[in-house]
Write a protein that binds this ligand. Structure first.
Ligand code: NAD
Length: 348
């Protein structure tokens, strides 16, 4: 008999394709807005300024930064209020989407997001913010963007290294959604789609990062993963990535990429049936490690800024608040997992 489930429904309107940027003005008008403040990182300011918004533009705030620091948000809220805008257009990766969410939750602004990485913040009701070196995360319906415009053309400039790590970041959402206690059949189907699409697209992108079909396949997979992240609970993998990024300053996508084969190996023992799509597509955790290696992904926490002397403290922080995971764990289990990821050992 089919398992009982709850499907909360999808509320975000999604436009997916190549050249879809041209539809942004029409979308803003459909949402009832006359002025939009465009957000970006300093790195993507030129693209933000080139958005064809015409008289809908209320200017550009190009100060988005990783992990949504609240001091940046305060400046952005000032700019938003002074601009006379009633919504924000966030063009960029998870950092820019995070800034848009932080403005929205403080001001009630609507959000139109144009994602340019595979991180997957755009379909979620989750906001992580940092203040005084501490990262806190909350979920609230007011955080979820109203409209997402995926334009494959914008991902052509994504450097290959970020293409790979950002895709593994997305795959981590699918992996944890497969065993989430509040999973549902729609999300399970999207996760299977994402695994297959990334498996096909990523080797092609390592050969040719400008392959538009493979870029479309990867962005489609990223949408599936983002939708999964936005609907169900995450577990140990996301907790560890949060600890390493928030407390030790490790880079977001790379940290997910390094941890994924190890957290998968850890949880596969407790949820082999639920993780079957992963096993069938990649050959389980060892196959995932091989796949990451073949793409040139970083494999060792030691290579992305983690210090051996911080591993004990990372394990301690990860144990602080209780949270659900398919496999029960203790401090020493986490410490062993972190050691394996630190050294970049191929999981069994
Ligand atoms: P990012 O947004 O910081 O982008 C990394 C760099 O790549 C930036 O300089 C950016 O301008 C540049 N870049 C982005 N797209 C590009 C493109 N197409 N071409 C060239 N350069 C490009 O990194 P990210 O990994 O996308 O996002 C990480 C952040 O997102 C973290 O703070 C993380 O916590 C957050 N996040 C939040 C959620 C959520 O649901 N709340 C989900 C995923 C990630």
């Amino acid at each position: 008999m089919t398992r009982a489930f709850l499907f909360p429904g999808l509320t975000t309107r999604v436009i997916f394709g190549a050249g879809t940027l041209a539809q942004v003005p029409e979308e803003l008008r459909r949402m009832g807005h006359r002025k939009a403040l465009v957000l970006s990182t300093p790195h993507q300011e030129a693209e933000a300024r080139a958005l064809p918004l015409g008289d809908l533009s209320a200017g550009v705030f190009a100060g988005a930064a990783m992990h949504t620091p609240t001091d940046v948000t305060e400046k952005a809220v000032e700019a938003y209020t002074a601009s006379g805008a009633t919504c924000v257009v966030s063009l960029g990766g998870g950092s820019t989407t995070g800034l848009g969410k932080a403005i929205a939750v403080r001001t009630g602004a609507d959000q139109l997001v144009i994602p340019t990485t595979y991180a997957g913040s755009e379909m979620t009701d989750i906001l992580g913010e940092t203040a005084g070196g501490e990262k806190t995360t909350r979920r609230d319906p007011a955080i979820r963007p109203e409209v997402v415009v995926y334009d494959v053309a914008l991902t052509l400039t994504l450097p290959l290294s970020l293409t790979v790590t950002s895709a593994l970041n997305a795959l981590a959402h699918a992996m944890e959604a497969l065993y989430a206690p509040d999973r549902n059949p729609v999300i399970e189907a999207l996760c299977r789609e994402a695994l297959t699409a990334f498996k096909t697209a990523l080797p092609r992108l390592t050969q040719n990062p400008a392959d538009l079909d493979a870029r479309a396949e990867a962005l489609y997979a990223a949408w599936c993963c983002s939708t999964a992240l936005g609907q169900v609970s995450m577990a140990l993998h996301h907790k560890l990535a949060h600890v390493l990024g928030g407390s030790f300053g490790l880079p977001h996508a790379e940290t997910h990429a390094v941890l994924l084969p190890h957290t998968t190996a850890f949880n596969a023992a407790a949820a082999p049936d639920l993780l079957r799509p992963l096993t069938e597509t990649f050959g389980g955790a060892p196959g995932l490690w091989d796949f990451a290696q073949s793409l040139g992904a970083p494999l060792r926490l030691a290579d992305i800024g983690m210090k051996a002397q911080d591993l004990d403290r990372a394990a301690e922080i990860a144990m602080r608040n209780a949270y659900w995971n398919p496999r029960p764990f203790d401090r020493s289990g986490i410490r062993n997992l972190l050691q394996a990821a630190f050294e970049g050992r191929r999981p069994n």
